[in-house]
Design a protein around this ligand. Structure first.
Ligand code: NAP
Length: 243
């Protein structure tokens, strides 16, 4: 496919699988990470064994300066950006009354402000090229809400609102913007769930199973190739929510 693609939060979980899948398809992938440097190096080495090159780049994308430096690195090296995948994210579970201002800032900055900054940084190049594709990894919780994950749900609902608004604003510039809203996916983000929690959750999901990172990566691959989908929130959750 030969596209220049930035994936934020690609050291682990969903982002890592997206980066691998797109790199294996022949794209030039810039895999961003923040804290998990060793895992990012291992990702690069794993692909090198398959003769596939990938760039890894450390940046806290919730920090405007670091987001800017990441985009500058890509533009200096490749001169264009075809696809931005805003995937970096964190979750935190608490009673609403227990959330502090620090919690709010951390979750909103990591999940939503990062997408705001990264999208603003890549857009001048995409608008100049009259071509671009932005994929936001939001969440089922942003659509239906989640008890004890209110701030996380707010951040993801904000992401989906950004998707719809930008799809309208940027359609005339031939830039597509979509969200993928995963349900329960087997990653570190859910490692605190007990076997019993998982059993109860699976009973709520019509397909009766937890999703895999590959389920999300396949949908991203399709959105990278597609040319007519924009402004959509794609629920990928085994039927957990059907609205
Ligand atoms: P994960 O396994 O915990 O991985 C999170 C990734 O985000 C890591 O690579 C981490 O990088 C990166 N990250 C966090 N803060 C960052 C920052 N400030 N700057 C750059 N990277 C940062 O989580 P996951 O399950 O793959 O989640 C990926 C996305 O899917 C998130 O946005 C999440 O909300 C969403 N999602 C997940 C599920 C699920 O069930 N797993 C469901 C719905 C939506 P470092 O380790 O290098 O810091």
């Amino acid at each position: 496919m030969n596209k220049i693609i930035i994936v934020t939060g690609a050291s682990r979980g969903i982002g890592r699988e997206i980066a691998k899948t797109l790199a294996r398809e022949g794209n030039i992938v810039i895999a961003n990470y923040n804290k998990s440097e060793q895992l990012a190096i291992e990702l690069k080495e794993e692909l090198q064994k398959e003769n596939i090159k990938i760039d890894i780049f450390k940046a806290d994308v919730s920090n405007r300066k670091e987001a800017k430096i990441l985009v500058e690195f890509v533009l200096n090296k490749y001169k264009r950006i075809d696809v931005l995948i805003n995937n970096a994210g964190i979750a935190q579970s608490k009673l609403f009354t227990d959330f502090t201002d620090e919690d709010w800032n951390k979750i909103i900055n990591t999940n939503l402000y990062s997408a705001f900054c990264m999208t603003q940084e890549v857009l001048p190049n995409m608008i100049h090229n009259k071509s671009g594709n932005i994929i936001n990894i939001s969440s089922v919780h942003g659509i239906v809400g989640a008890s004890c994950e209110t701030v996380y749900a707010i951040s993801k609902a904000g992401m989906d609102a950004m998707t719809k608004s930008l799809a309208k604003e940027l359609g005339p510039s031939n830039i597509r913007v979509n969200s993928i809203a995963p349900g329960l996916i087997d990653t570190d983000m859910n490692k605190n769930l007990t076997e019993n929690d998982l059993k109860i959750l699976k009973e709520e999901i019509p397909l009766g199973k937890v999703g895999k990172v590959t389920d999300i990566a396949k949908c991203v691959k399709w959105l990278v190739e597609d040319e007519f989908t924009t402004g959509q929130i794609i629920s990928l959750n085994g039927g957990w929510t059907i609205i």
